[in-house]
Structure formats: C-alpha cells, structure tokens
Design a protein around this ligand. Structure first.
Ligand SMILES: Cc1cc2nc3c(=O)[nH]c(=O)nc-3n(C[C@H](O)[C@H](O)[C@H](O)COP(=O)(O)OP(=O)(O)OC[C@H]3O[C@@H](n4cnc5c(N)ncnc54)[C@H](O)[C@@H]3O)c2cc1C
Length: 408
C-alpha cells in the first residue's frame, strides 16, 4: 500500500440525518460554481435554526458569513475540496452548523437566481421585468443547469432548494493512496497489475482535475496495453501453469482456513456492526483534521476492534452457498488492517498536504503547512501484523519546481 492516508473529502454532500445512514449522498461539485457557501455569523442564530425556530431565509445578509469568499477572495466558493471541507468543519466546530445534528452549512443559490434572471430578462428584451419575473427566469436557468440535482436533493431532504438554501456537509470521496505499483502499474506481486482508483500512482496528496477519467484513460489506455504486453512477452518462455500444483493448493488451503476460522467464531456481532464502528473511528480520528494523539488513540481502538472481530463476529449462513455476509466479513477483516495502516501513515507524515491535514502543522491562518524538506516521499507500506514496515520512495523533481499554492 502506498500513501494510504491521502483521502479526499468531498465538501458537497447531503448532511447526515441519523445513526443508520451508511454514507452521505454526494452531489455534483458543479453546484459550487453558482452556490454561495455560508453560515450565520451568530451562534444564537445557528442554534435557533438547529432547533427549528428560524430558517436560513430569516437571517439578514449582514448576519451571514460567506466564509469561503471572506477567507479565500481569489477562489471564493471554488477553492479545492480539502480547503472547502475543512472550512465547513471549522464553521461547525465553532457552533455555527445549521442542521439539527450541527453538521451542515448552507449552499445558497439565491444570488445566482437573481443574476441569471436579470441576464435572461435582458436577453429577452424585458428591461422592466419586476422581481417576481426575474426570479421566475432565474429559477428557469438554475433548473436547466442543475434540475436533476435539485430534484434529488428535494427527494432526500424534503426541502425545496429553489426556496430554502441547500444544506451540505463534507464526506469521504476518493482514495488517492492505494496499492503500490511501479511505472508499469505492476504491484509487488509479479503479473498483478492495478489501475484506476485502486492504485496510488497519479495523484499524490491532492486529486488532479477531472481525475477519475484522466486516471482511467492514462492507466487503462496509455500504460497498461503496453506494459502488460511486455510482461506477457517474457512469460511466453514459461511452461503452462498447472492449477493442481503446490502453489495453488497452498493458497487454496490458506483461503479455506481463513473462511473456516471466520465461520467458526459464531459470535454475537455482525460484520456490518464492525464495519460501522470502524467507519466511526476513521472519521473521528483520521478524517478531515488529524493529530498525533487522536491517531495513536484511533490505532489502538482499531487494534482492539480487530481483536474483537476475530473472537466475536457472527456470520450467518453456510460456506458452500451464496453468502454475501461471509463476503462482507472477509472484506471487513481487510478493512481493519487497511484502517490501521491509514492511521499509521497519517501519524508518520508530520506535515499537512492536500487530503492529509495534521492540526499540529498549520499556518496562523489555519492553512496546511507542508514540510517538503522532510516529507517529499511516497510512503510504501509493507504489511506486518505487529508493525508494518515503511519504505520511503523519494520524490525527485527535475523539470518543475516544488511549490506551495496559495488560494488567498
Ligand atoms: C457518487 C460519486 C460521484 C463521483 N463523481 C466524480 C466526478 O464527478 N468526477 C470524477 O473524476 N470522479 C468522480 N467520482 C469518483 C470516480 O467515480 C471513481 O474514482 C472511478 O469510478 C474509479 O474507477 P475505477 O475503474 O478505478 O474503479 P471502480 O469504478 O470502482 O471499478 C472497480 C470495479 O471492480 C469491481 N470489483 C471489485 N471487487 C471485485 C472482485 N473481487 N472481483 C471482481 N470485480 C470486482 C467493482 O464491482 C467495480 O466494477 C465519483 C464517485 C462517486 C461514488
């Protein structure tokens, strides 16, 4: 695994509404092209909104904090995802969240509706259009651009975002880290190639623009067709592999033993329950903002959870039938190891960069503080049950200069 701590958080998701929601619904980032992000300036107003005594519409313009526009005048609401996500967390941590859970900020299209309405009225030669007509025209433009997203939002939340400002909150979205691969996209297992989101190859701590398509194309279209061919051309001299050979038997026996072990535990907690507990630990201690103490605690908690999993998981059904619960339990067993590795990697990286924000390493204004002198390396981890081993791969820049970008 390489760079497992680099995780992107998506700022534009529908906020959590209860304990049993497995994950937040992502909406398109295109919404931030026109929506303005804000929270009330006063904690009292935010509390009144949370308690249902006020709505966002009742907060006058002067009492709203368009915090992205204030903090990042050059980029405003279009700052990168990690910056927008952290800023939403900061606002909610300060008691300014606007949903009953306290975990939501507004994404408001009112100004866009007015702007588009005026512009369309002009293009229709309706120079004396009144406010109602302007609003009607503006809503039409917003509907053309984002109608499907607005509909989805209304279906999920029961609120009409053309009238009430939308509520959003960040959620985990993309793993920039992943399986270690070489330049040919081959993992450390000869013949096993990994492409797309599963590998770590293209992104570093940030995601590159249009990245899923870019990585899908780069890996699957430009690289793999050539590198797999090279691998196979060398294999041609090897005799046909015998699936009855000892290596197959050994691996089959190992997999069977793992399955038998998991089925034999017969404990009291489902794999789903462990998955949920793991998710909470990850979000709490290895989420948008991390610190050494929290990461150490999180790692300990995961180890305890892993121990409990291997002594108390309950998997219903039988082995020799279609058993999705067994499949899930085997995945959760993997996630428990991966989660620990993410904590460890985040702990090792004593700097803030892209999707990894360590609270100890921030500027006075709360911005990420990179430490290129010490951490310009890929962290490639070799799994070991007790103490995973870190291999550092230095990053060497020959044609570009390593710089920190400012969004101010
Ligand atoms: C809601 C949402 C919105 C997104 N929006 C954007 C966006 O706007 N822009 C953007 O760039 N990215 C976006 N992403 C991210 C992007 O979709 C993913 O990064 C991308 O699809 C990853 O592609 P992939 O081929 O690497 O992996 P996947 O698309 O995850 O493909 C992996 C495949 O492997 C299969 N598989 C898994 N395990 C096994 C197994 N054991 N055996 C056989 N098959 C298996 C899976 O079923 C799946 O079909 C979004 C993601 C989500 C969830």
């Amino acid at each position: 695994m390489a760079n497992p701590c680099f995780t992107q958080i998506h700022p534009t998701c529908i906020p959590v509404s209860g304990e049993y929601q497995s994950k937040l619904t992502l909406m398109s980032e295109s919404l931030r092209n026109d929506g303005r992000v804000w929270v009330p300036k006063k904690q009292d107003d935010a509390a009144a909104i949370r308690e249902g005594k006020k709505t966002g519409l009742e907060i006058p313009e002067a009492d709203r904090d368009y915090y992205l526009e204030r903090r990042y005048p050059a980029f405003g609401n279009l700052v990168p995802r990690d910056v927008a996500s952290r800023a939403a967390k900061t606002a909610c941590d300060e008691g300014l969240g606007v949903s009953p859970t306290g975990l939501a900020v507004y994404l408001d299209f009112d100004a866009a509706i007015e702007r588009y309405g005026k512009s369309r009225a002009h293009s229709l030669n309706e120079y004396n259009a009144d406010d109602m007509r302007i609003r009607e025209l503006g809503v039409g433009v917003i509907e053309e651009k984002y109608g499907n997203l607005f509909e989805m939002y209304e279906k999920i939340t029961g609120e009409d975002p053309y009238v009430m400002p939308m509520k959003i909150y960040p959620a985990v979205h993309y793993t920039m880290g992943g399986l270690w691969v070489d330049y040919n996209l081959q993992t450390n297992i000869p013949g096993l190639f990994a492409i797309g989101e599963a590998n770590f190859s293209d992104h570093g701590a940030n995601r590159l623009g249009a990245s899923a398509l870019m990585q899908g194309l780069a890996d699957g279209y430009f690289v793999l067709p050539y590198t797999i061919g090279t691998f196979l051309s060398q294999e041609i001299r090897n005799p046909k592999v015998d699936p009855e050979g000892p290596a197959f038997k050994e691996q089959e026996a190992r997999s069977q033993a793992r399955i038998d072990k998991i089925m034999g535990i017969n404990g009291t907690k489902s794999a789903e329950t462990f998955h949920r507990e793991l998710g909470k630990i990850m979000w709490e201690y290895c989420g948008m903002a991390r610190n050494a103490e929290g990461l150490q605690k999180g790692r300990r908690m995961i180890r305890e959870l892993r121990e409990e999993f291997w002594s108390n998981v309950y998997v219903p059904g039988r082995i020799k039938e279609y058993n999705p619960e067994l499949e899930k339990a085997l995945r959760v067993a993997d996630f428990l190891e991966l989660g620990e590795l993410m904590m460890l990697d985040a702990l090792d990286r004593n700097e803030s960069c892209g999707g990894h924000f360590r609270e100890e390493y921030q500027s006075e204004e709360g911005e990420a503080l990179r430490r290129d002198d010490e951490y310009a390396y890929v962290s490639a981890w070799e799994w070991d049950d007790k103490d995973p081993i870190l291999h550092k791969e230095e990053l060497i820049f020959e044609n570009v200069e390593l710089k920190t970008r400012s969004y101010k």
